[in-house]
Design a protein around this ligand. Structure first.
Ligand SMILES: N[C@@H](CC(=O)c1ccccc1NC=O)C(=O)O
Ligand SMILES: [Zn+2]
Ligand SMILES: [Zn+2]
Length: 209
């Protein structure tokens, strides 16, 4: 079994959404001070690094993190390379065979300097959500800080996905990942009432005998 770690490294260099709470980890008690143990503390936005959005992020009535069905986060996944495309449309995906994949991860390769928040990222046409629904795909993952344009306030992709009962995974690291099928595991923390959660995302490469 080969495990690909597709999670961003969390430290104080990771780029937060402009104006949002940065990630910070520090030791509050050191072993020397306490005579016994090191004890850390983290401060962070819920939308930091590799993370999921709960529907409550963009919809008052939407599910919160502790209510999310975990079946969506341990799934067969397909990685599709869309690097070089500024717009990812339903039309551009019509020939792709997704088989039994329940998650689709788009490798745009458009956010490589992860310590700098991007001004502009590739965008998805909302028709991609219909494409997912037709194929029974429940989760959309991206190697970008958002599934909508950075400057978007109305968040058409977030809402189209939410309305269709689909789930969102952002901030993946797919630099080294080849197109193909894998098992995705990306479980949110059980944070009561939350709008999002960092995840440790991995792709398990299926070994065939
Ligand atoms: N919707 C974005 C996050 C987002 O919009 C955001 C995150 C933190 C602080 C402010 C944000 N949006 C403000 O308009 C996301 O894709 O998760
Ligand atoms: Zn988010
Ligand atoms: Zn989002």
């Amino acid at each position: 079994m080969k495990i690909h770690d597709i999670s961003m490294l969390l430290n104080s260099d990771v780029a937060e959404w402009p104006g949002d709470t940065p990630f910070q980890f520090q030791l509050n008690w050191t072993k020397q001070q306490s005579g016994s143990v090191n004890v850390g503390q983290i401060t962070t936005s819920t939308h930091i690094g590799t993370h999921i959005d709960a529907p409550f992020h963009f919809n008052e009535q939407g599910k919160k993190v502790h209510e999310l069905p975990l079946e969506n986060y341990i799934v067969d996944a397909i990685v599709i390379d869309v690097s070089g495309q500024d717009v990812i449309s339903r039309e551009s995906l019509k020939e792709v065979l997704t088989g039994k994949a329940k998650a689709v991860l788009f490798r745009t390769n458009a956010w490589n300097k992860r310590v700098i928040f991007p001004d502009e990222i590739p965008v998805f046409e909302v028709g991609v959500v219909e494409w997912m629904v037709e194929r029974g795909i429940v989760l959309l993952g991206v190697d970008l800080p958002s599934v909508d344009a950075i400057t978007s306030k109305d968040l058409p992709m977030h809402h189209a996905l939410g309305t269709a009962g689909r789930y969102i995974l952002e901030g993946l690291v797919l630099d080294e990942i080849k197109e193909g099928t894998y098992q995705l595991i990306a479980l949110p923390l059980k944070i009561e009432g939350a709008d999002g959660s960092p995840v440790r995302a991995v792709l398990v490469e299926q070994v065939h005998f």
